[in-house]
Design a protein around this ligand. Structure first.
Ligand SMILES: Cc1cc2nc3c(=O)[nH]c(=O)nc-3n(C[C@H](O)[C@H](O)[C@H](O)COP(=O)(O)OP(=O)(O)OC[C@H]3O[C@@H](n4cnc5c(N)ncnc54)[C@H](O)[C@@H]3O)c2cc1C
Length: 593
């Protein structure tokens, strides 16, 4: 029992009072320069134990200090390249969040090659009372994979990929099934490319450069989750190093509680995942997308367009075939960025005909500013960098550094978020009952009202309503908020600026704009919350300042997650902002309350 729990318990017993002078001092972690910070000799011992993989971390921004404008601009330009960021141990994919956090180098970092390196780092941090932080792909919006004055474990070198024809989780006697084992340093592009090349499909995330273990511990949704379910729901087994330094296997038969918590309980809270094994699925014949944009010439016409689109979505697209997004904009634009699986291009185009006919019949009200077109390819080409470069060059960007591998690509649609400085980011899951005939008009009105404040997106693939029954059952066996399985979409509204760090002329955060944007984002989401009052949100895509985050992220699962946390990490070695058990700690994770 920790001090906070002890005091809470004591306060409940009327005959027991705890005099202030008898309280033990709060547990504190040490920072560089403080008594107890490991000596140079101790760090060198650790370096030896991890085969020379320890580094003292230096930010590339140090080269900017006192340098000319061009040198500094060139460094900041690189922050728009997710692969540059990935390669730099001092950086994260987000440079910061106004009035919330700033991406900061840790004191030391270990590029772990295997679970033994991770165990050495975990033991060192625990024994020396260090703040420990774990980084995979570095995509946390909430800054949970960086911490100053900390020891960082980076999983990057653990990038093995192994296909299995007949996998059985350790200690289980289930029927063997096709699967893939991924070292936790992998990013999803590599996983998709390898697995689809082998003729199978694995469910991961939408963004190419997101880390595999960070996404799975979020729950994780990819473009085709409406058919294949949550990424976490495909997890068959994980290798994980817990706070006691043990290398454990977690699956449905061994450490079952830990296994469940890893499936959506949030990254960086239960241990360091070193390998995941995921079930693979039958690869569809075709994968494709439908893109276009329709502009209404009046508010009234936009309201009708929204209502008609939502009716069309409910009748035709609310099923396992369709995923990804539409955007509603203040200038009365409806942007379509949808994907489909399992049907060919002609069928996809025909699917949209009734909606496009409706738009064409009211052409005085609408302009099709980008033709609504379906594109499809055999599924194994969807993450094939060479194919994309040749056939769809506008949808991808390449790591532009000299000598970069040809397959280091990312979706052009994610460029805005590379290195961005967040002004605000909010999300809410929208229940499928909002699509019913009784509720849909109210939803359409809320969409219009929200769009007056700011553009926002419905991510249809990030809610499992409409998915096959087995995907929903498997989703409900994950630690994520159960609302994800009843939602037809996750609504996301966000705003940010160019990569920014205070103190660097020309690249300072724009505080005034950030405040304006933050207000608009909140006002936009508030309109949607009027029709979704419980406001559950997605742990990995939500506000840093999320109110009642325990209930918003995990709902009825939070109590069970706390029990797992207490069992595997009773002293809170693993701390992340708004993570399970973080309510016991100061905001920076250095002082136990
Ligand atoms: C551009 C962009 C696009 C995104 N698209 C999607 C999407 O399509 N679908 C979706 O569901 N989410 C999406 N996300 C959210 C993303 O899935 C989460 O932020 C995820 O946690 C990122 O994982 P990471 O390893 O890349 O990030 P990191 O910042 O490295 O890690 C995220 C959290 O997980 C922890 N963690 C990472 N690796 C490990 C490990 N091996 N063991 C234990 N803890 C670990 C970290 O400590 C941190 O707390 C997106 C985010 C961004 C920035």
């Amino acid at each position: 029992m920790n001090r906070r729990q002890l005091l809470t318990t004591a306060a409940c017993l009327p005959f027991l009072s705890v005099p202030a002078h008898s309280q033990t001092p709060a547990f504190k972690r040490v920072r560089p320069g403080e008594p107890g910070w490991p000596s140079e000799a101790k760090w060198q011992e650790l370096n030896k134990a991890v085969g020379g993989q320890l580094t003292a971390v230096r930010s590339p921004l140090e080269a900017c200090k006192g340098a000319d404008v061009a040198t500094c601009d060139a460094i900041f330009k690189q922050f728009k390249n997710p692969y540059f960021i990935r390669d730099n141990v001092a950086l994260t994919q987000t440079t910061g969040w106004a009035e919330a956090w700033t991406s900061s180098p840790s004191a030391y970092a270990i590029d772990a090659r295997n679970a033994a390196d991770v165990a050495a780092a975990v033991n060192f941090a625990r024994e020396n009372k260090l703040r420990l932080v774990v980084r995979g792909g570095g995509h946390s919006y909430q800054g949970t994979s960086n911490a100053p004055d900390a020891l960082l474990i980076r999983t990057r070198p653990m990038d093995s990929i192994e296909m299995h024809d007949a996998f059985v989780a350790k200690g289980c006697s289930d029927a063997p099934q096709p699967a893939v084992s991924l070292g936790s340093g992998n990013i999803w592009l590599k996983a998709y490319a390898a697995v689809t090349k082998a003729g199978r499909y694995v469910q991961g995330g939408g963004c190419c450069t997101v880390g595999v273990a960070g996404l799975i511990q979020s729950g994780g949704f990819g473009s085709f989750s409406k058919n294949f379910g949550m990424a976490a729901a495909s997890l068959l087994e994980a290798e994980v190093v817990t706070a006691d330094g043990e290398i454990r296997i977690a699956n449905n038969c061994t450490n079952r509680d830990l296994f469940w918590a890893l499936k959506g309980g949030g990254g960086g809270s239960f241990g360091v995942v070193t390998r995941v094994t995921l079930k693979t699925h039958t690869l569809p014949n075709f994968l494709g997308g439908v893109f276009g944009a329709i502009k209404a010439n009046s508010d009234g016409a936009f309201k009708r367009l929204i209502a008609e689109f939502m009716r069309f979505y409910r009748s035709t697209l609310f099923n396992p075939t369709w995923g990804e997004q539409v955007r509603f904009q203040p200038d009365n634009l409806l942007e379509l960025k949808m994907v489909f699986q399992g049907i060919d291009q002609a069928t996809a185009q025909a699917t949209w005909k009734p909606f496009l006919d409706w738009v064409a019949a009211a052409q005085v009200d609408y302009a099709v500013v980008a033709p609504v077109q379906a594109l499809a390819a055999p599924a194994h080409f969807f993450w094939d960098a060479a194919f994309l470069k040749q056939n769809l060059p506008s949808v991808i960007r390449q790591d532009d550094r000299p000598g970069a591998p040809d397959d280091a690509v990312f979706w052009a649609g994610n460029l805005g978020e590379a290195g961005w400085y967040i002004h605000n980011y909010e999300s809410v899951w929208l229940s499928q009952n909002l699509l019913s005939d009784e509720k849909r008009d109210g939803l359409a009105e809320a969409i219009f009202a929200a769009s007056r404040h700011r553009a926002f997106d419905f991510h249809f693939n990030k809610g499992l309503a409409g998915a096959p029954a087995e995907a929903i059952v498997a989703g409900l066996d994950c630690a994520i908020h159960p609302a994800a399985c009843d939602a037809f979409a996750l609504a996301i509204t966000a705003a940010g600026g160019a990569p920014a760090f205070a103190g660097f002329a020309g690249h300072e955060p724009d505080a005034a704009r950030a405040r304006r944007d933050a207000t608009a984002v909140s006002a936009c989401l508030a309109e949607l919350v009027k029709v979704a009052p419980e406001a559950p949100a997605y742990v990995s895509e939500s506000s840093y300042f999320q109110k009642n985050w325990q209930a918003a992220y995990w709902g009825s699962n939070y109590g069970r997650l706390r029990v797992v946390k207490q069992k595997y990490d009773p002293d809170g070695l693993f701390f992340v902002h708004n993570g399970v058990g973080s309510d016991d700690w100061s905001h920076d994770g250095f002082t136990r309350l």
